[in-house]
Ligand binder design. Structure first.
Ligand code: FMN
Length: 362
């Protein structure tokens, strides 16, 4: 039997992926007016169709779900039309693309919200740090806790976003429940102090995410839907949990019952500080998850091939390397060389640091 590596094909539902290389979702803050994607964004994604699967940058499901300038939405007709440019360009270049659905929760600022409203969260706990607003960095405001009666409205925002993604021509959707945004704020006990059925036990904290996934799967069929989790992230967006191995074991088991297409897992990177307790990597979650598992963080070719060969992951996603290397799969195949990403142009700007990274000479 052939050994599985990054260049082995993979079948995701009815999609044939020519390799196991996934482009990780990455916010680039380059949407056009009305937070609608443009031809520039379509060019960027079409340059990266060597990936077995592209997951787009996070896309807010409602005006309330926005947390930064220039991030694309998926709630207006203009945004759907903009995303259609992207999906068509990717398909014309023989690629496959899922849209990442996002609500930032408390990681926002009244100046970005409709009517200057307070951002919403599971509980009124202000994140440490500063919000990026149209007028520069500002301290975060204390968020408003969502009423229990408002929760179906959040589920509906994700369902509508998923329906809009279908109209925009995507191949599927990934729900962003990682990195300290709204759904992650519900999962963790540092940000969720609710006393209703969406707070307390890990099963209760997982309830909103489960309801969102059921609603999104209702639009697409579970197999075309993925979920993004980052159990060990504590550095980004001031999020933590008192018992992450318990919390995320409960979350992953609950999601596994829904028959989703994949779990996209941000693991501890090799250079991250070692946390107490079990290492919450792909090997830890593999026995709890029946369908495809995408592993992420700081992968290089040898580490990726090892994870695929030992069966702890089915696919590997690459973030920073894909920013700087539009032809990353070909470079991985040849063993390099790799362009270095310029961090100054990660968030915002135009074509520079976005669509002008060179490809290998053919
Ligand atoms: C510029 C940038 C933007 C990112 N935006 C998102 C995002 O929108 N959604 C998300 O789930 N993760 C986001 N991430 C995290 C990446 O998907 C990925 O987890 C991270 O880059 C680690 O992978 P890597 O070591 O291969 O870069 C972002 C990362 C970077 C560098």
């Amino acid at each position: 039997m052939n050994r599985i590596d990054l260049f082995s094909p993979f079948r995701l539902d009815l999609l044939d992926l020519p390799n196991r290389i996934v482009m990780a979702p990455m916010t680039r803050n380059r949407a056009g007016s009305g937070n609608a994607p443009t031809v520039l964004n379509a060019t960027y994604y079409a340059q990266r169709t060597g990936a077995g699967l592209i997951v787009t940058e996070a896309s807010q499901v409602s005006p309330q779900g926005v947390g930064y300038p220039g991030t694309p939405g998926i709630h207006s007709a203009e945004q759907i039309a903009g995303w259609k440019l992207v999906s068509q360009a990717v398909h014309a270049a023989r690629g496959r693309i899922f849209l990442q659905l996002w609500h930032v929760g408390r990681i926002s600022h009244p100046s970005l919200q409709p009517n200057g409203d307070l951002p919403v969260a599971p509980s009124p706990i202000t994140p440490a740090g500063q919000a990026w607003t149209l007028d520069g960095m500002k301290p975060y405001a204390a968020p408003r806790a969502l009423e229990t009666e408002e929760i179906p409205g959040i589920v509906e925002q994700f369902r509508q976003g998923a329906a809009n993604a279908k109209k925009a021509g995507f191949d599927g959707v990934e729900v962003h429940a990682a990195h300290g945004y709204l759904l992650d704020q519900f999962l963790r006990d540092s940000t969720n102090r609710r006393t209703d059925r969406y707070g307390g036990s890990a099963a209760n904290r997982a309830r909103l995410l489960v309801e969102v996934m059921e609603a999104v799967a209702g639009e697409w069929g579970g197999a075309r839907v993925g979920v993004h989790l980052s159990p060990t992230n504590v550095a980004f967006n001031d999020i933590s949990d008192s018992d992450p191995s318990h919390t995320f074991s409960v979350v992953v088991r609950a999601l596994d019952r829904l028959g989703l297409g994949y779990l996209h897992l941000v693991e501890p990177g090799p250079a991250d500080p070692v946390a107490p307790g079990p290492r919450l990597d792909a090997a830890f979650f593999r026995p709890l998850w029946r369908t495809a598992l995408i592993a992420n963080k700081s992968y290089d070719l040898p580490r990726a091939n090892k994870a695929l060969a030992d069966g702890s992951a089915d696919l590997i996603s690459f973030g920073t390397l894909f920013i700087a290397n539009p032809d990353l799969p070909e470079r991985l195949r040849r063993g390099g060389p790799f362009n270095t990403a310029d961090r100054k142009t990660f968030y915002g700007g135009g074509a520079s640091g976005y669509t002008n990274y060179p490809r290998l000479e053919s």
